[in-house]
Design a binder for this molecule. Structure first.
Ligand SMILES: [Zn+2]
Length: 400
């Protein structure tokens, strides 16, 4: 059953109350009425914030009617824990706000995971933040997940929906609820896709969408820089998602996603991270871009070093674990610099050299484990590293 029109209608009701703040709330609104204040002159800022929280609460109730909250307790706990750490930071600093409400807007944030494979997240006014299970499974570290949550927190803290409402005079009034439906429906395509797509396209064309995304990236990064999470996770998540979306075989709802990853956004993030003095070491926040030692499935006692699943080199002998661990360390330093293909080479004595430094050395025992001579095994390893470099530079937006 398609519930989108119903949701749209409910949201239309909800949003009209928010849009026209001077008119009374619509009678169909099911949420409790706002608390009456005893003070004759309430703080207008505090009132705006509590209005955000009220609207968000109403939307949240609709969202949780329409979508199933995940039963995965670990996911819920992880998202809540990371989210609350960042929310505390967001509530305690006066951030730089490129687009949105520049005041220090504090909220009681809530973080929930929804069922579904979609790699998406969204933020409601007042700090109600939702993440799909698919996004949690896609994130390769707490740092990447924190980056997404920080971005969503910034949308709420910068009051992007309220800002949009103020600037929406250029749009038809009807489009705003439809945009919200699009935001809520995330990647779950429905019969309304085409129409919604056009409407979202219209909204995107007005420029608010891009401005909001860039501001949320900037805000999220400010929170990340003050947290114990590595801000590089924000960058790698975007890089990986951008390429995976490009490679998707069919054109689907994803092109209308509310957080389209883009080269410009990735470059801006990378520049800001560097400006903050943080080295871009992708191996620290991902598994895709990290050399990992694993036992060989074929040869007992042999360790294989792999990068994104592809075998680079095998180590045999009693000191194989130590040599494999050291090779991984050096390879990660090497890969993190995103070198050119010619910057890796094999020597006849078994050394494999990257950026002028020895990455590892093939011993006769290592070579025997793969049925090769030492020079053959070194050459094969260098070629495998080149293939990984090619993969790496294809997978990132390439900013050294
Ligand atoms: Zn966003």
């Amino acid at each position: 059953m398609n519930l989108r029109p119903l949701l749209a209608a409910v949201l239309l009701g909800a949003i009209s109350g928010a849009l026209f703040a001077d008119s009374p709330p619509p009678p169909e609104a099911a949420a409790p009425p706002p608390k009456a204040s005893d003070k004759p002159r309430p703080d207008p800022h505090a009132e705006e914030l509590s209005r955000d929280a009220e609207i968000g609460k109403r939307y949240a109730a609709e969202v949780e009617k329409e979508f199933k909250v995940s039963k995965n307790a670990q996911y819920q706990e992880r998202v809540r824990r990371i989210g609350q750490e960042l929310a505390e930071i967001a509530n305690s600093i006066q951030p730089r706000v490129r687009w949105g409400d520049p005041r220090k807007n504090t909220f009681q944030y809530t973080f929930k995971v929804l069922e579904g494979k979609d790699v998406n997240a969204f933020s409601l006014p007042g700090g109600y933040i939702y993440v799909y299970e698919g996004l949690i499974e896609y994130a390769e570290s707490d740092d990447e997940l924190a980056g997404v949550l920080a971005h969503e927190i910034a949308h709420a803290a910068f009051r992007h929906l309220a800002t949009l409402q103020r600037e929406q005079s250029k749009l038809q009034a009807i489009t705003l609820p439809m945009i919200l439906v699009a935001i809520f429906s995330g990647g779950q395509a429905s019969g309304d896709v085409l129409m919604l797509g056009q409407l979202v396209g219209l909204a995107a064309g007005s420029g608010w969408s891009q401005q909001a995304e860039e501001a949320a990236d900037d805000g999220g990064l400010q929170y990340m820089l003050r947290s114990r999470y590595n801000p590089v996770g924000m960058l790698t998540f975007m890089e990986r998602l951008a390429v995976d979306e490009r490679n998707r075989p069919k054109i689907d709802w994803g092109i209308y996603r509310t957080h389209p990853p883009s080269r410009d956004r990735a470059i801006e993030l990378a520049n800001q991270i560097r400006a903050a003095g943080i080295p871009i070491e992708r191996s620290k926040v991902t598994t895709t871009f990290r050399a990992i030692a694993q036992p060989s499935p074929k040869n007992e006692g042999v360790l294989e070093v792999r990068f994104n699943g592809a075998r680079l080199v095998s180590f045999a002998g009693p000191d194989a674990p130590e040599r494999a661990a050291r090779a991984c360390e050096r390879l990660n330093v090497f890969f993190d610099k995103v070198p050119e293909l010619f910057q890796v080479a094999a020597r006849d004595d078994g050394r494999v050299v990257g950026l002028g430094k020895e990455l590892f050395r093939i011993t006769p025992e290592d070579a025997a484990a793969t049925g090769q001579t030492v020079p053959e095994a070194a050459l094969a390893a260098a070629q495998a590293i080149k293939r990984s470099l090619y993969f790496l530079s294809y997978r990132i937006w390439d900013m050294r």
